[in-house]
Design a protein around this ligand. Structure first.
Ligand SMILES: [Zn+2]
Length: 235
């Protein structure tokens, strides 16, 4: 089976447990001896690698043989892109449940394909975060004002996690993000990955968007990513 490695954990002196994602869902496997210098598994049992895995049967199966399908060197060699992919790996590892895995695996592969060639990796991360939130059943309402449903003069109410129009935005204790932010969130949420075009926000707006997606994950899933903390320090 094709397995994309999300995370590895040391196992004994020389082995690793691989936490991977496949078309049928998340899977754990033991790669025995993978840390030994002479092991054929050594170079293909790292996170963010796609392998063809031949597994023994069992609750926690042993990886008998593996073939490296791709290690995405253009991402590995780029610090921003590899950090974005770590954020994605962590998002899937922690949050994925009984979802449509075939569809998510396909989306992940297409996402990595876009990440390889893009010059806007942080925007792609925002797109992944928002679409994955929807995928997990925590869809957010970004079509219009959540109170009166007008589509004009929208701001983003971060405490509500929704759009609000300027006429309804009257609570002086709240921060309403206006200007570019609602348009960016809408674009990343609804855009088709294949047709994605970078919106080129300035650095401040990009940072705000990535803070707002964090707030949405905290609100809906109680999730706070470690890799994302590193990524935000790059901005
Ligand atoms: Zn309104």
């Amino acid at each position: 089976m094709r397995a994309y490695i999300l995370k590895t954990i040391d196992y004994g002196d020389h082995g690793k447990i691989l936490k991977a994602y496949t078309e049928t869902g998340p899977i754990s496997m033991i790669a025995r001896g993978a840390k030994k210098m002479e092991s054929p598994l050594r170079h293909m049992t790292q996170s963010s690698m796609l392998i063809e895995a031949d597994l023994a049967k069992g609750e926690l199966p042993t990886l008998k043989e593996a073939r490296l399908l791709d290690y995405f060197p253009a991402i590995k060699d780029d610090f921003d892109k590899s950090t974005v992919l770590q954020c994605v790996n962590e998002l899937i590892y922690v949050n994925v449940g009984e979802d449509d895995h075939e569809r998510l695996f396909d989306f992940l592969m297409r996402f990595i394909g876009r990440l390889l060639e893009t010059d806007a990796p942080f925007e792609l991360l925002a797109l992944f975060e928002l679409k994955f939130l929807w995928f997990l059943g925590a869809g957010i309402h970004l079509k219009d004002c959540h109170l009166c449903h007008t589509k004009a003069d929208l701001c983003y109410d971060s405490r509500e996690g929704a759009l609000i129009c300027v006429n309804c935005a009257k609570d002086p204790t709240r921060i309403y993000h206006g200007k570019e932010i609602p348009a960016l969130l809408q674009y990343y949420y609804y855009a088709d990955l294949a047709a994605f075009r970078p919106q080129r926000p300035d650095k401040t707006d990009m940072k705000i968007v990535l803070e707002l997606t964090d707030a949405l994950y905290a609100m809906h899933l109680g999730y706070k990513g470690r890799a994302k903390g590193i990524l935000k320090s790059l901005l």
